[in-house]
Design a protein around this ligand. Structure first.
Ligand SMILES: C[S@@+](CC[C@H](N)C(=O)[O-])C[C@H]1O[C@@H](n2cnc3c(N)ncnc32)[C@H](O)[C@@H]1O
Length: 228
């Protein structure tokens, strides 16, 4: 898979891409991640990419020219135009099902906003998908892009150590993950459930399913009773 990220702050991504799963995924050749500084496409000699909002009010708005030119140029960097996604609070909510959908694609282009957001006309021109991380406001789309990239990358074949990991995670079906335990068998008087130490795989699987359902009922009953 190829992921392109357009941002005004590419430096934010260095830690994310240089550690753990994303780094391993790149090393294994499961994904290529390319960062693009939107400012590089500014036609303004000072590299200006934003301006004051028409109608007045606080803050700055990301202007059309550099954004549209950047997206069009990046899109042309590979034969597959890919899926174009703008991170923005009014977008459709990001869920595990969306991560699965994206992970099936060959290419994903993520565009990070800043300031008050994007000049609305970019949506009419580029026709991207709008994606939100949830009902809260971040300072910029970079953390959202990292979240999306991370959730997608760990689903790509061969990235996780065990192919059984991702399908067992919360939200892979319609329930949460079961509880996990590791060494020691007892800690501060709390023992690991006996069934997990017995070695009976069928019993362990049944216990885990029961626990996963119980946790879902307790913490996220809405998952078991989704709205029509
Ligand atoms: C300060 S926010 C702009 C918020 C905008 N004025 C609003 O109230 O909807 C700047 C950028 O952060 C990103 N952002 C903020 N909250 C987000 C969210 N919940 N999901 C995805 N991106 C978000 C978007 O890229 C946005 O353009």
């Amino acid at each position: 898979m190829r992921i392109d990220i357009l941002t005004l702050f590419p430096g934010i991504f260095s830690g994310f891409l240089g550690e753990s799963i994303p780094k391993i995924a790149v090393e294994k050749g499961a994904v290529d991640v390319f960062l693009h500084d939107i400012r590089d496409w500014s036609a303004n000699r000072h590299g200006k990419v934003d301006d004051r909002p028409f109608g007045g009010g606080p803050g700055m708005v990301m202007a059309c020219q550099s954004l549209v030119d950047a997206v069009e140029a990046v899109r042309d960097m590979a034969a597959d135009p890919g899926r174009l996604v703008f991170l923005t609070p009014e977008g459709r909510p990001f869920l595990q099902a969306v991560a699965r959908e994206y992970a099936r694609d060959e290419r994903l282009i993520l565009v990070c906003g800043r300031y008050e957001g994007f000049d609305e006309r970019v949506f009419e021109i580029l026709r991207p998908e709008r994606l939100s991380l949830g009902d809260f406001v971040l300072s910029g789309g970079e953390v959202a892009a990292m979240t999306v990239a991370d959730a997608v990358i760990r689903l790509l074949p061969g990235v996780l150590g065990s192919p059984e990991s991702a399908p067992a995670d919360s939200f892979s079906g319609c329930i949460l993950d079961h509880p996990h335990y590791t060494q020691p068998p007892e800690y501060r008087g709390l023992a690991v459930p006996e069934v997990l130490r017995g070695g009976n795989h069928a019993k362990i699987a049944a216990w885990r399913l029961e626990q996963a359902l119980e946790r879902t009922r307790r913490f996220r009953p809405d998952l078991l009773d989704p709205p029509e």
